[in-house]
Write a protein of this length. Structure first.
Length: 666
């Protein structure tokens, strides 16, 4: 049967190896729920049953097993070593046991057990335990009430607002199942450029209906709020956070929300950024706004996630520094219910960015790391780019804020600065396309995000292997062809689009394809020339003390890595330095030769990706294989587009020939 990609990594096709199947069959003759069968425990049992029946090709009843042997027992049991959501899988005399301190923990354990079978592990002597390192593991949907998705490339929104609350699309449950299987425990349903409509009584009923589908899967719903809601739907003359009537309006609204959705997660706020209203409209700051919402939440179990993605039209400044300058002085001023949500890099989800300088610089504020799964600047749903390496690169970056080893991961999981709350957010790449993400490998990005949110110490390559085995094939030769493609895809994309630390030179507004020549836009910081600064001498944004001095925002240890152009890793060079075209780099080539080499070899590497993909053909479902193969053909065409546009444009400044080795005579 051809595969349309709908089932994601939760395929549960019968295990092809008879021995493996037999071994699991002996361990999985039935499923027993012990104690109070809460909806989440019932869901856990049902999911385990569904998975095992598929994988083993025979019924696996829920209920006592005659003779007792070979049952899988699910049990909630206190276990201080596991936190709230950690699970333990052990082999007991009569069979496997999945335990955890909460029913959601047991659910995670069931999916972990299924993953063992799906990836071809034997069930013998299983002894596994795992607990999440980050507490709030969220997807952020940038979905609008009219069904469009901002920066979405996989169709329209999966939320059918007009049909809710009466009709629940079966897809909602499949979505919840997929998220629970990777440990995601919260979803922000709507765009950060928010409509006030979500806070109306009419929409809260719809949100409540979705919350009802998510709840058994351990997932809470959150809303992005429009700052001016008290004016727009509340009839007040102002949205000033320090106006008592405004504060009261939010308090009443919040109580109404919790009456409708008792386990509501909280608010996400984009304020005073890109034209959105916010507390600064009234001379207040971000902390004033966030704390007012925190007060409105009162004793409800919810949080405020206040975004630090802010910048203003300012031709003289450096956008790199703006969020830092606005937020760092507010460290220590936020209420305990507030987390500040920071994008991985200081500009905007570019293909490679240095880590955001706020990480490590706000020790008294829990910071949520926001990464983007939808490929706004990474080729939409057309280019194969596995984002595991990008996310890991940020998590492993060393802020040096408390000496070496002060990684972004340790800031985010709260261990470095001893916070009791922690969070991570991924901007979803999910839409109404049959395969959810448009590009099949977009599924790997959703998967990798969840796995890293759960445990950021997992390697990106190990996650790629897990995903590929669960989604495409476990055949070893095919894996040997496919895995290098996933693992190298992000670097290849960087090479043919923005090598050596170039950034923000893509097509205006649409954010697709090259447009390095863009000089005029509504704002200077929306042009390309603002970022690449090409001139007759060289290329790159000088962020040293001679230039914008953005480097000074980093702790000395981190700054040192980048501050000297002779020792700055080439991947970050043009982020921080204006480098002469003829300057020799650590790679042995001049800047011009290195730049052109990367554009050319990057584009050629897409042909290599195509060949590798082709080699795996016999082992991969034909429909999935053909779909990705076709997208790889588009990707090559567009890699050439990027290469030629950028090389020819920069050549007008560099006035140097393309190295002859790169352009064999035709
Ligand atoms: C980018 C993106 C916008 C989005 C914004 C944000 O600028 O292009 O569409 O709204 O990020 O993260 O708020």
């Amino acid at each position: 049967r051809a595969d349309d990609g709908y089932r994601l990594w939760l395929k549960y096709d019968e295990l092809p190896e008879a021995g493996l199947r037999k071994a699991w069959q002996a361990q999985a003759r039935g499923i027993v729920v012990e104690g109070n069968a809460t909806p989440t425990l019932q869901t856990a049992a049902h999911e385990l049953q569904l998975g095992l029946q598929g994988l083993l090709g025979r019924p696996v009843p829920v209920g006592a097993v005659p003779g007792g042997k070979g049952s899988i027992r699910l049990r909630v049991a206190p276990d201080p070593a596991l936190g709230r959501e950690g699970y333990r899988i052990t082999s007991q005399k009569n069979g496997l046991e999945i335990t955890g301190p909460t029913d959601a923990a047991v659910l995670y354990g069931c999916f972990a057990l299924l993953r063992q079978a799906q990836t071809g592990q034997l069930p013998d002597k299983l002894s596994l335990s795992s607990q999440p390192r980050i507490q709030y593991r969220l997807l952020n949907h940038w979905d609008n009430p009219n069904g469009t998705v901002e920066r979405g490339y996989a169709g329209s929104s999966i939320w059918k607002w007009l049909e809710l609350p009466e009709r629940l699309d079966p897809r909602y449950q499949d979505y919840a199942r997929a998220n629970a299987s990777i440990g995601i425990n919260g979803v922000v349903l709507n765009n950060v450029n928010a409509s006030a409509r979500y806070l109306t009584a009419e929409y809260l009923q719809k949100v409540a209906a979705l919350a009802g589908v998510m709840r058994p899967y351990g997932i809470r719903v959150y809303l992005s709020v429009f700052w001016a809601a008290p004016k727009v739907i509340g009839g007040l003359p102002t949205s000033d956070p320090l106006d008592p009537k405004v504060a009261q309006w939010w308090k009443v609204k919040t109580d109404e929300i919790y009456k409708t959705i008792p386990d509501f997660g909280g608010f996400l706020v984009k304020a005073n950024s890109e034209g959105e209203p916010g507390p600064q409209d009234y001379g207040r700051n971000h902390a004033d706004g966030a704390n007012m919402l925190a007060t409105a939440l009162g004793s409800h179990d919810g949080v405020v996630m206040w975004r630090a993605f802010v910048y203003k039209a300012n031709s003289k400044g450096d956008r790199f520094k703006e969020a830092f300058e606005e937020f760092q002085p507010l460290d220590g001023k936020f209420s305990p219910k507030v987390l500040v949500q920071v994008k991985n890099g200081p500009i905007d989800f570019q293909s490679r960015e240095p880590f955001h300088p706020l990480f490590g610089a706000m020790p008294r504020t829990p910071l949520v790391l926001e990464v983007q799964l939808t490929q706004e600047y990474l080729g939409f749903a057309t280019h194969l780019v596995y984002l595991g390496p990008l996310i890991k690169e940020c998590l492993e970056a060393d802020t040096h804020s408390q000496g070496p080893g002060s990684t972004v991961a340790k800031v985010v999981d709260g261990t470095l600065e001893k916070h009791s709350v922690s969070g991570i957010a991924g901007v979803a790449n999910i839409g109404s396309d049959r395969n959810w993400t448009g590009h099949l490998v977009g599924q790997a990005n959703w998967y990798a995000y969840g796995r890293l949110a759960w445990d950021h110490t997992l390697s990106s390559a190990a996650i790629a292997e897990e995903w590929t085995k669960m989604t495409l094939t476990r055949e070893s030769q095919a894996l040997a062809s496919l895995l290098p493609v996933l693992n190298q895809s992000r670097d290849i994309y960087v090479r043919y689009t923005t090598p050596l630390g170039l950034h923000h030179i893509m097509g205006q507004s649409i954010h697709y394809g090259p447009e390095p020549w863009l000089e005029k836009s509504a704002r200077p910081d929306w042009t390309s020339v603002y970022y690449h600064k090409a001139d007759a001498e060289g290329l790159g944004f000088d962020r040293t003390a001679r230039g914008s001095n953005a480097l000074s925002l980093y702790a000395p240890g981190a700054r040192q890595v980048w501050s000297n152009p002779a020792t700055c890793p080439p991947d970050y060079l043009l982020w921080f330095h204006h480098v002469g075209w003829g300057q020799q780099l650590s790679t042995g080539r001049t800047l011009w030769d290195e730049l052109t080499t990367r554009y050319y070899t990057g584009a050629d590497s897409v042909l290599w990706m195509q060949r590798q993909w082709e080699q795996a053909k016999p082992a991969v479902d034909p429909e999935l294989h053909a779909d990705v193969a076709a997208r790889l053909r588009i990707q090559h065409r567009e890699a050439l587009w990027w290469r030629d546009a950028c090389v020819l444009y920069f050549q007008t400044y560099a006035k140097r020939p393309i190295p002859p080795t790169l352009t064999p005579p035709t």
